[in-house]
Design a protein around this ligand. Sequence first.
Ligand SMILES: [Zn+2]
Length: 506
Amino acid sequence: MIIYSCIENLLQYAQSHLLLDDLDVIYVRNKLMQSLKLEDYVQYETDVDAIEEMTCPDAVLNPIVDYAVENGIITEDGREEFADRIMDTVSLKPSEIVDMFESLHSTSPAKAFDWLYDYSIKNDYVKQTKIAKNKHWEAKATKGKIEITINLSRPEKNNKDTAKLLKQKNTSYPPCMICKENEGYAGHGVYRQTLRTVPLTLGGEEWFWQFSPYSYFNQHGIAVNAEHTPMKVDTSTVQKLLDFIDYNPSYFIGCNAALPIVGGSILTHDHFQAGLKQLPMHKAPCLKRFKSAEYPYIDTCIVDWYNSVIRLESTNKKMLVEYAGKIIEAWKNYTDESVDVIAADENGQHNAVTPIARKSADGKYIVELILRNNRTSEQFPDGIYHVHPEYQNIKSESIGLIEAMGLFILPGRLDRQLAEVQQYLTREVKYSREKLADDMKVHADMIEKLMKENPKCTPKEAELNVKDEVSRVCECILDNTAVFKKDEAGNAAFEKFLSSLDIEAK
Ligand SMILES: [Zn+2]
């Protein structure tokens, strides 16, 4: 296609989907021409109707990037950076985004977040086409359903770039991957030209909201402290989570535990994960109801879930913050050696809490506290309450709040590796432990177990058997994360902890 026609299509797309103002069209066209090293121009007609139907910019963006490669303006490696630069040129500036977002928010918080999410797809910050390739399934489990995603949308090279960024973090700009300075930034292999954020006030502090480019679930994003300050979980965290819920009642929001092994991947910068999604744990019923002597009107229960979760419900925000804060502080210092729970030792603090908040349909605040511990032992050097070694071929990274609630984000490598496992099950490829490629060796035990259980499968059966096995492993991983195991001793110990806070069974 002629390049002038491509530019006109992109400009029309920006007018239709990105709120490009008529008064800015000539100016933006000239910017695009400069990026494409063009000095003369011929105007072409566009198919307005077809462009208005588009749900993402691929069809108008890719031809421009192809042109840049073919004409030596960029190299093949520069595609992603160039595409983001072009989309940034036709997108609104951060201040214009904030104005629009806040004006929508004043009438409907949900509409404002919907709009910003849609804008982020339309300007290619959230790469919908790549995300659509992710594998996702629901698995029937002993406690309702769990959800499993194999995430292919993170480009492979990001791992290296992230490592590079981490090594350079003392001298490099921005201070970390989620600092506010990333808005519009491109460097160190990280492209955030099209990132747009909106301000939040949580617990009286300045924070901001941004969507995640990898979209682990619908409208997945993070609320980030405007200051680069370490993660922490205390009473003020619960206050901030509930402030966010007031600002956007349709989302859940949670904070990872502030310790390694049981926390998220970024501990150096305080942030929360949120989104428009009901996670499996949210659907889990109460297992047993309790009553606090100090807060008798706040509904308290242990949740019927794999790991150790306390659910609190109330319309009284102030009391709920206080109550949840007291449980968090008590857990940080709670030791019960009879069930191997040790709050802290010579290696440091081990007990930690993952708090999650949302609003019920009838307007009650719901706070869930997942009790965590990151102690290691000789038998479990990676963590007693971490993924046990026999399951690490599926997932070895820390189990953060999203997974602890039953939505697994598994690494992209599994897509290819599990397809190979299926070929052994159908006996299409002859299995030999010795001949497995290096990155397949971790799966040897699983392959042999599955082959023994399933004599020659059809391709469909093989696919289902592999999925069932991954689902089973994910359930076992959730069991691993329970600080109080789901047996008599574990249940009694959980109640003993609550009893230490004057919280007794009803
Ligand atoms: Zn930071």
